[in-house]
Design a protein around this ligand. Structure first.
Ligand code: TMP
Length: 396
């Protein structure tokens, strides 16, 4: 049975940056109530009322995985590792974004699936790209004449698709007998440990754990045989899944991870009730910091127009009374306004300078990269505010 444990209130689409603040644009902004539930049958944590993906994955989709050095490096590394480990004849990527992963493979071997047309257009000339949503109809079309995939890769995508049944049914149809499905998504254990409630937004329909994934895939002739914790997106998990009758043996690392998830009680509702109490306190404490610094006349901005910060700003009601602007390196976010709170987004070249007293770490998952980039300003006195794992001011 599904039970709601967290209510993050009225939220806009995390990725829906406003081009201007005209009445027409503001009136058309889409909002929904963000509530999160736990299913005690399969241990799945999910947004209880998912938004229609057709409203989310449009040709205006802003996120470009290649923009970040951290992500470019991470995808290059995992592509190399998977190539060596599984020697795939055909590689399918579900949610290929701007090609950051597939560009590491021989173009004759790769099939890309990407529903956002603007992104699919980036890869279509070099790689066989399907500008479509992933489902059984598409899987049948792709593999009608092509050999099945020895490697299916999907990073930060499966957790975005409300219909898991259709997703895994299509994967089972597309995977060769020796094939491996590798998926990466933010991990539930990191969210619980870091109080990073901002991992919940419209696109993150699910926050997976090894406990949940192992149960879910069972119904689709698939089996989880390995998992590993990875650092990306503030703590993610990489899952390795094969056909039920495949030769892969359950690894020691998977057994260890399942054990650690049970230790922090990811299979119990009480864990989530306690988490929601911590989230309420986190909101109070963050607002306190912003208001205190604002009263002292400090200039506060936000660093990184992330989807995660959409949840924080709308849940905590952080608006232009508290923040001057948000800086972001992504060209197509600059000049726009944040969803819901309508804070202007500008380039860091214009906005990240000595006039800034405090910068909220919207992109807290890139803290290392950011602190490295901004070490001169930090030396001169600019400080950062984070809410992870708990609201505080930091300078290292
Ligand atoms: P993500 O957490 O959803 O990947 O988004 C990170 C956002 O932060 C993305 O829009 C780029 C932005 N960003 C900066 O503006 N400066 C930086 O130094 C880094 C690492 C990210």
């Amino acid at each position: 049975m599904k039970k709601i444990f967290l209510n993050l209130g009225r939220q806009p689409l995390a990725n829906s940056y406003l081009p201007n603040l005209s009445k027409k644009v503001i009136n058309q902004e889409f909002f929904y109530n963000l509530k999160v539930s736990f299913n005690d049958k399969n241990y799945l944590v999910s947004v209880s009322n998912p938004v229609n993906p057709k409203l989310q994955y449009t040709s205006n989709y802003a996120h470009r995985a290649s923009e970040s050095f951290t992500m470019r490096t991470a995808f290059k590394k995992i592509a190399r590792k998977l190539k060596k480990q599984f020697n795939p004849r055909i590689v399918l990527e579900i949610g290929s974004n701007d090609g950051v992963f597939i560009k590491n493979f021989d173009k004759k071997k790769v099939i890309a699936v990407e529903p956002c047309k603007n992104l699919a257009n980036i890869t279509k000339n070099r790689f066989q790209t399907y500008p479509s949503f992933w489902d059984t109809k598409l899987a049948k079309k792709i593999f009608k004449e092509t050999k099945k995939a020895d490697l299916i890769f999907s990073a930060n995508t499966i957790s975005h698709i409300p219909n898991l049944k259709e997703t895994f049914r299509a994967i089972n149809l597309s995977l060769s007998d020796r094939g491996v499905l590798v998926i990466e998504d933010p991990s539930l254990s990191s969210v619980i440990k870091n109080n990073s409630y901002d991992q919940f937004y419209d696109e993150h329909v699910y926050l997976f754990s090894a406990l949940a994934i192992s149960k879910i895939v069972e119904d689709f002739n698939l089996r989880l045989f390995h998992a590993e914790n990875i650092e990306t997106h503030g703590g993610s998990m990489r899952y390795y899944i094969c056909k039920k009758n495949s030769f892969y043996k359950k690894t020691k690392n998977l057994i260890k991870i399942i054990k650690s998830e049970k230790k922090i009680k990811l299979h119990k509702f009480t864990t989530y009730k306690k988490f929601s109490i911590r989230v309420k306190k986190s909101k109070k404490d963050l607002i306190k910091i912003f208001k205190f610094l604002n009263k002292k006349g400090k200039k506060i901005i936000s660093y990184g127009a992330t989807y995660k910060s959409t949840t924080v700003f709308n849940y905590c009601n952080v608006n232009t009374k508290l923040l001057h602007y948000v800086t972001d390196t992504t060209l197509n976010k600059q000049g726009k306004y944040t969803p819901g709170m309508h804070i202007p987004i500008i380039s860091p070249n214009k906005g990240m300078n000595e006039s800034v007293d405090y910068a909220f770490l919207g992109a807290w998952n890139f803290k290392k990269e950011i602190f490295n980039k901004e070490k001169k300003l930090i030396k001169k006195g600019t400080k950062f505010i984070t809410h992870v794992p708990w609201p505080k001011i930091i300078s290292k």
